[in-house]
Design a protein around this ligand. Sequence first.
Ligand SMILES: NC(=O)C1=CN([C@@H]2O[C@H](COP(=O)(O)OP(=O)(O)OC[C@H]3O[C@@H](n4cnc5c(N)ncnc54)[C@H](O)[C@@H]3O)[C@@H](O)[C@H]2O)C=CC1
Ligand SMILES: O=C(O)C1=N[C@H](C(=O)O)C[C@H](O)C1
Length: 252
Amino acid sequence: MSSKPRVAVLGARGRMGSEAVKAVTAAEDMELVAALDRDEKRETLTEAGAEVAVDLTHPDAVMGNLEFCVRNGIHAVVGTTGWTDERLATVRGWLAGSPATGVLIAPNFGIGAVLTMHFARQAARFFESVEIVELHHPGKADAPSGTAVRTARIIAEARRAAGCPPAPDATTTALDGARGAEVDGVPVHAVRLRGLVAHQEVLFGDEGEIFTLRHDSMNRGSFMPGVLLGIRRIGQTPGLTVGLEHFMDLGS
Ligand SMILES: NC(=O)C1=CN([C@@H]2O[C@H](COP(=O)(O)OP(=O)(O)OC[C@H]3O[C@@H](n4cnc5c(N)ncnc54)[C@H](O)[C@@H]3O)[C@@H](O)[C@H]2O)C=CC1
Ligand SMILES: O=C(O)C1=N[C@H](C(=O)O)C[C@H](O)C1
């Protein structure tokens, strides 16, 4: 990769993509070489000599974009949501054919959001109960958020490893959705409200004690230090990396 990575943004006219275009343009150690949105041809990436593509599009678009990038040896920094185990396995398969290429999938670029997940992993085994509430702007396509799904999986994994029993819940009758969506056994509740950007609470409970982790992104600029960190690191990180925490030297 060049000493100043040549960067393309996909989804460049969107809420996140337009912010990423500004952040990459303002960063002195990288160069914006392409800014694409829907209906613009992916070949622009190769024509422009892009070395890193930042994908901030839509769950329906991200797989096609990534396949193109990996096939052409373009590293990818992905904020787009909608990840399943099957999709991750497909990306690993593509990368096997292009072993020098790196893909970072970051459920959340907010430094505080990454720390929330890190601390949630540590707290998970100490409390009987845990539930997640994520709160977002009403323009969001997916529910629950990618961050909430990832947080729930991290918590569930930590609780399984510690041999924790399921959280207590005496509910025998409920309206559909009243107890949220179950992600790996953790209830996740999604709020969509005008005025919000991106917020999450992880609620842990035990006898006489509640422990809450809360993160608030007040604007989309809050995600940009994480996007830039991903661009700076992905060229030296071949293969698939899931989660920005791997670039943050957080220790265990
Ligand atoms: N990882 C993170 O920290 C964050 C991730 N996100 C995720 O990023 C994605 C985008 O979010 P927003 O910017 O709020 O959405 P948005 O709807 O404002 O922007 C998406 C943009 O992608 C464009 N697009 C759709 N298909 C495309 C394609 N095939 N090629 C190029 N562009 C295409 C759309 O025209 C639109 O301009 C969502 O999945 C969202 O959940 C959002 C905020 C933070
Ligand atoms: O769509 C959004 O806005 C966000 N999407 C990501 C998610 O689904 O977790 C990250 C952040 O929550 C904002």
